[in-house]
Write a protein that binds this ligand. Structure first.
Ligand SMILES: Nc1nc2c([nH]c(=O)n2[C@H]2C[C@H](O)[C@@H](COP(=O)(O)OP(=O)(O)OP(=O)(O)O)O2)c(=O)[nH]1
Length: 133
């Protein structure tokens, strides 16, 4: 089982997505920042670690709020992807691992190619971001 944690970082009616770099599985697709939970880590501390590594921001492990999850086959394995909502962090996100970062509103998000496991997130995000506007 591939256990992955990711963040929907919310800013007004937008959410942050990053483009997976060349040479990785699903290169070029836009995903939520995050990564694999290491043995012994809580999902929240894994998320804080991944966001520090990938974006250079600091996250209080108490800040992420569970939003939804995806369960899908991925490359011969099974992916369980936990999506958290995040409203506060310290620092300005920079693309340390990604090709690019993008703050996307719902209309933009729907035009970006995303990993198949993320597609069911769009309805949840629509409801979430709609309430921010
Ligand atoms: N971070 C993230 N990963 C996603 C999303 N959707 C999706 O299918 N995935 C998949 C892609 C990868 O197979 C897996 C995440 O693993 P990764 O390789 O990016 O994570 P990592 O940073 O721990 O990677 P590494 O240490 O092995 O380099 O989850 C998403 O929205 N965000």
């Amino acid at each position: 089982m591939l256990l992955v944690v990711a963040a929907a970082m919310v800013r007004g009616d937008q959410v942050l997505v990053q483009q997976r770099p060349e040479g990785t599985q699903m290169a070029g697709l836009w995903e939520f920042p995050g990564g694999k939970i290491e043995p012994g880590e809580s999902p929240e501390s894994a998320l804080a670690r991944e966001l520090r590594e990938e974006l250079g921001i600091e996250v209080n492990p108490a800040a992420p709020v569970p939003l939804t999850f995806a369960s899908a086959p991925l490359g011969g394995r099974h992916l369980l992807l936990l999506l958290y909502r995040l409203d506060s962090w310290q620092g300005t996100p920079e693309p340390h691992h990604a090709n690019a970062l993008r703050w996307a509103d719902m209309a933009t998000l729907r035009t970006l190619p995303m990993p198949p496991a993320d597609l069911p997130f769009l309805g949840v995000l629509d409801a979430l971001l709609g309430r921010q506007a």
